[in-house]
Write a protein that binds this ligand. Structure first.
Ligand code: HEM
Length: 147
């Protein structure tokens, strides 16, 4: 309950438009694992992450990811209602060649983005609260991936 408050308040404090935060997150993701770039099949001719991140398809995926996180934040009281959606999402990522270990790198990038955006409000309990929520998302996606 305290954790939920930390998550809700921090997510709200990022503002309505989450795409710029998503870009920070994915810039970090491709820095941590540049090989993830090639998994985007529409990534035909841009070799480096910053160029890719300005392409409409990438922004589209960034937007989709932020919407999933937003859904999780809105459903903190009943996360299990997202389970079927997340199982299916995991399966879709298996189909496009994403490995389950990469979900953890996305988590690291999420925390990095929160740290950058929240500054001093990024505390150990807040970090743990986000980790717990993200772990739920990843665990459902991973189960769907393996089905
Ligand atoms: C779809 C890659 C992580 C949410 C896709 C697609 C690719 C992709 C290639 C299909 C093309 C597209 O729709 O843009 C990746 C990679 C990831 C990653 C490389 C890094 C590990 C995530 C995470 C989430 C997410 C962590 C959410 C928490 C979505 C959604 C779709 C999608 C909602 C659309 C699925 C649909 O077609 O209904 N992803 N993804 N992705 N991804 Fe990811």
């Amino acid at each position: 309950e305290k954790e939920k408050g930390l998550i809700r308040d921090s997510w709200e404090s990022l503002g309505k438009n989450k795409v710029p935060h998503g870009i920070v997150m994915f810039t970090r993701l491709f820095e941590l694992d540049p090989e993830l770039l090639v998994l985007f099949s529409y990534n035909t001719n841009c070799g480096v992450a910053p160029e890719c991140l300005s392409s409409p398809e990438f922004l589209d995926h960034v937007t989709k990811v932020m919407l999933v996180i937003d859904a999780a934040v809105s459903h903190l009281d009943d996360l299990h209602t997202l389970e079927d959606f997340l199982l299916n999402l995991g399966r879709q990522h298996q189909a496009v060649g994403v490995k389950t270990q990469s979900f953890a790198v996305v988590g690291e990038s999420l925390l990095y983005m929160l740290q950058c955006s929240l500054g001093p409000a990024y505390t150990a309990p807040l970090r743990q609260a986000w980790l717990n929520m993200y772990s739920f998302v990843v665990s459902a996606m991973t189960r769907g991936w393996a089905k």
